[in-house]
Write a protein that binds this ligand. Sequence first.
Ligand code: N01
Length: 546
Amino acid sequence: MREDAAGKSTARQTHAERYDALVIGAGFTGLYQLHCLRDRLGLNAKVLEAANGVGGTWYWNRYPGARCDSESHSYCYYFSKELVTDWEWSERYPGQEEIRHYLNHVADRFDLRKDIRLGDRVISARFDDAETLWHVTTEGGKQYEAQFLITGVGCLSSANVPEIPGLDNFKGDWYHTGSWPHEGVDFTGKRVGQIGTGSTGIQSVPVIAETAKHLTVFQRTANYSIPARNAPLSDDFKRYTKEHSDEIHEIMLAGPNGHPFRIEDRPVSSVTPDKQQEIYEAAWEKGGLRFRSVFKDLLTSKPANDTAAEFIKSKIREIVKDPETAALLSTIDHPFATKRPPIDSHYFETFNRDNVSLVDIKTNPVTRITPTGIETSASHHDLDIIVFATGFDAISGPLLAMDIRGTNGVSLKETWAEGPKTYLGLQIAGFPNLFTVTGPGSPSVLTNMPVAIEQHVEWITDCIDRLRKSGKSRIETTKEAAEKWVGETNAAANATLLPQANSSWYLGANVPGKPRVFMPYAGGMAHYRKRCNEVAAEGYEGFVLS
Ligand code: N01
């Protein structure tokens, strides 16, 4: 017998496939988690994936210009030296297609495909207290059972299409960048409107502008961006990264963000204003997220941050020829890097093209979508295609998109009504044997993701191994531990300038009605890893094992 959502006993289903562990999602997390559970622990494990292929984020995000902003030699697994040595990246930043090839290569190399079920979305998961079993149901009506359930659903996988009146009546085509058609979109001769100027929008604008008849960019919040300076990798660099992979990995593990570069140990005030400019100029030329690493206090001191912010704004004004457009692009309402800082390939330069215009929808908001275009409070814009680069219901969104119910049938939605609460971002009180890889309350999106993913997957694997070896079957965090960790997560964010960006998706502010809680742990990846290791070493302090 088992309990249903209301806690009543019902006859046991017999048609469910039974596993030791189920993993939701076949992206970076799902692939490695399957490898660890199956090949290291010898468990009977299965990955359930909604898409028709592996790749997670990189399966769905095929929009024009889609490219990672972590450098390719760091945006990969480091658990296998052979994998690091064998795989060859072609450019400084890996493009979407190349990352997808890489993840398919991993799936083949570790013979993972046979234990991945594709093309069926998990819609619900319910914990059976009496049997210590998770019952999982998919959209296709398949049922699964497992002692352990691990989510690898990604932080940015629930597309946020704004509810603008009239979209249903639009006669043209519209797309969200996060679920882009596999056959691509032909913009030739089309009047295109794009809403959204985050990392995605900043990447797609220059590419769409190349073929569109006209591109109108609708900007609500102006954004900083640093040139990516993408380029093919030289043979020397490829050799260097393979020969020094241990050293590079150590740097990634030692830093706060999992990137393959060190943060300079100097505050902005330690050098003269002239020297600051010289340093920023060199970092601008070098390009990429490394820009942030030239001083140690850019995210903790507003006066320090102002120097970087002003430098970038002056660059925008220098690049963009039309003064009105330059002013709109450089009037930025938050400190630098308090929203995820984009990097770009000729974003600001694109506004010098005759076929590109910028519309300020902060001053004149979008009022509706008409059959022929977008109407703002000031004007109407005729369009054939609308591109929503409007981001995601981030971090907690993909978890809440499933009906997950823990002990006594209590739902995750109810449990997180006031915002997500986890212990270490790994577990939720009331949801035994459920692990949330890169969940809210972990460094996740503030890091180079594969580093955060490897750390979580390895911690969870060790945890399950130790639990089983100790003859126990169940691990669950306590409410007290989760409350305390929420406090620590808030304190870590408040020690930085990050909460000063009001419209940030880190806070959930981009989704109307979502509770405003700073979701990722901002205390740094290295510090966080040490903490997780200590918790495990102390017999899983903050968890109850039974
Ligand atoms: O999404 P975003 P994204 N009306 O939320 C605007 C990762 N990523 O897809 O700022 C009008 O950042 C919104 O305006 P505002 C990366 O972590 C990585 O660009 O809310 N506008 C904003 O301009 C990144 O941060 C890579 O005022 C609306 C934009 O849409 C994350 O994904 C590449 C609106 C959304 O920006 C998300 O980036 C791409 C509305 N109703 C993404 N709603 C790389 O690795 C939203 N907006 C390079």
